[in-house]
Design a protein around this ligand. Structure first.
Ligand code: GTP
Ligand code: MG
Length: 438
């Protein structure tokens, strides 16, 4: 696994509902007390909560399982068991949540304080008070709690920033962020000094402000996973404007124009939409002796790519170290942001539909499945049936009888008969076996 956790696979398990209680009134002077068993409490939900203090998914590296607590059991005197507390899991802004099995996006969490329930707790089982009827005033029946939802999730972080600094390693991206904002990113003469995106708030002299992200350096082949690879390309996806930083001094023996073309190629290969973002070219390290000459060559090569009717991308010569040319770069960036709309990463409709499908009832879903084991036992399975089974207290005859009625109601008996089940055949459901009675 990678050191730089911008994706994580985790499992969430909501709490199970508490079991309902079977109890009867036994008071002085009340000889035949009525039913008095309360309901079980609700199991806790697992809820994601966006915390702007977090900037990576690092916390999920060692902690991958999240389980909310179960509800309390129902009690005598008709008292309900206490509901369990929901389990809140903090995630950084910009976290996309997918169902690991289907790969579908469940939600995209961007705002501080935003919440999303990823697994719902089971409801508490009903106590015997709830089963009293005129015909059966003292029912010895109570439900077990409903199991909590369980799912595997994939988290992917795409940080939120208005502006992204993009370029080869050591071109001076972190230096630039450090001189235009209060951020204190690490700066170094070696490649890949920056391994986690740094964010700073920039305020221009004319009073406009925006969020700038210093991203780790890109190299050729990044979209195929070379260097720090796509982990950082994905962060660019949420930015609206790209500042393409180039070492115009060619200090490492590279050709500035080739660098420019190579990086754009990476952006294009990752996701075509990255090239839809407006870009300003930042010609950095202009304090170096060779820079002025290199800039002229660069301008010529760039202009040659465009005809007279096309707009040639604008170039801003600066020196991060000498604090030169920064104001006009920042003003132009603010203007460009004003003119640029947000890029929607996910179609709103897709997100909505997914939620519907998740919580809604699916009428096409088979409520049970019948198979046959080698020893000729009939085996029942299926989510709905298994849930019903878990919620049935198999230690009490009345509950078992109710369960048998529910199976009949679902058409299980009829289906078994159709498949050829005979009187006395063994039918298994979970660890419970019973005889088929025709
Ligand atoms: N001469 C000169 N050197 C600079 C300038 N800006 C940055 N440098 C130097 O270039 C080196 C790399 O700077 P960083 O800001 O760490 O570069 P980076 O693009 O963030 O690099 P990575 O994080 O590795 O991708 C450091 O030694 C800086 O001092 C500049 O304007 N002029
Ligand atoms: Mg850096």
């Amino acid at each position: 696994m990678s050191m730089f956790l911008d994706t994580a696979k985790i499992s969430v398990h909501a709490g199970r509902g508490g079991d309902g209680m079977v109890a009867f009134r036994r008071e002085k002077y009340v000889p035949d007390g009525g039913p008095w068993g309360g309901d079980g409490g609700r199991g806790g939900d697992v809820i994601f909560l966006v915390d702007e203090g977090l900037r990576t998914l690092m916390d999920f590296r060692y902690n991958r399982k999240f389980k909310a607590q179960s509800g309390e059991k129902g009690m005598t005197k008709g008292m309900h068991g206490k509901g369990a507390k929901d389990l809140y899991v903090k995630v950084p802004p910009g976290t996309t949540v997918r169902d690991a099995e289907t790969g579908k996006v469940l939600t995209d969490l961007v705002e501080h304080g935003q919440e999303f329930t990823v697994a719902r707790g089971g409801r508490g089982g009903r106590g015997n008070i709830r089963f009293a009827t005129p015909r059966n005033p003292a029912p010895e029946i109570a439900e077990n709690g409903e199991p909590g939802e369980e799912r595997q999730l994939e988290l992917e972080l795409k940080i939120l920033a208005d502006v992204g600094l993009v370029g080869f390693p050591s071109v001076g991206k972190s230096t630039l962020l450090s001189v235009v904002s209060a951020a204190k990113p690490k700066i170094g003469a070696y490649h890949f000094t920056t391994i986690v995106p740094n964010i700073g708030m920039v305020r221009t002299k004319s009073g406009e402000s925006f969020v700038m992200a210093d991203l780790p350096g890109l190299i050729e082949g990044a979209h195929q996973g070379v260097g720090l690879g796509t982990q950082f390309l994905r962060h660019i996806e949420r930015t609206r404007v790209i500042l393409h930083v180039i070492d115009m001094s060619g200090s490492e023996g590279r050709d500035p124009y080739e660098d420019y073309v190579a990086i754009n190629h990476e952006l294009e290969s990752h996701n075509l939409r990255l090239m839809e973002r407006p870009q300003l070219i930042v010609a950095n390290k202009m304090d170096m002796p060779e820079a002025a000459e290199n800039l002229e060559i660069f301008k010529e090569k760039l202009a040659a790519e465009y005809d007279e009717f096309e707009e040639v991308p604008r170039i801003f010569p600066i020196s991060g170290i000498a604090h030169q040319g920064l104001d006009s770069l920042l003003d132009a960036t603010a203007d460009l942001l004003d003119q640029t709309d947000e890029f929607l990463l996910y179609n709103e409709e897709d997100l909505y539909q997914e939620e519907e499908a998740y919580y809604g009832f699916n009428p096409d879903e088979k409520s049970f499945v019948i198979t046959r084991d080698d020893d000729a036992t009939w085996v029942l399975s299926g989510e709905k049936l298994e849930k019903l089974f878990i919620m049935t207290n198999m230690e009490r005859d009345e509950s078992i009888m109710k369960f048998a009625r529910q199976l009949r109601g679902m058409g299980v008996d009829e289906a078994l008969r159709e498949r050829g089940a005979k009187d006395g055949d063994i039918v298994r459901l979970g660890n419970f076996e019973f005889e088929f009675v025709d």
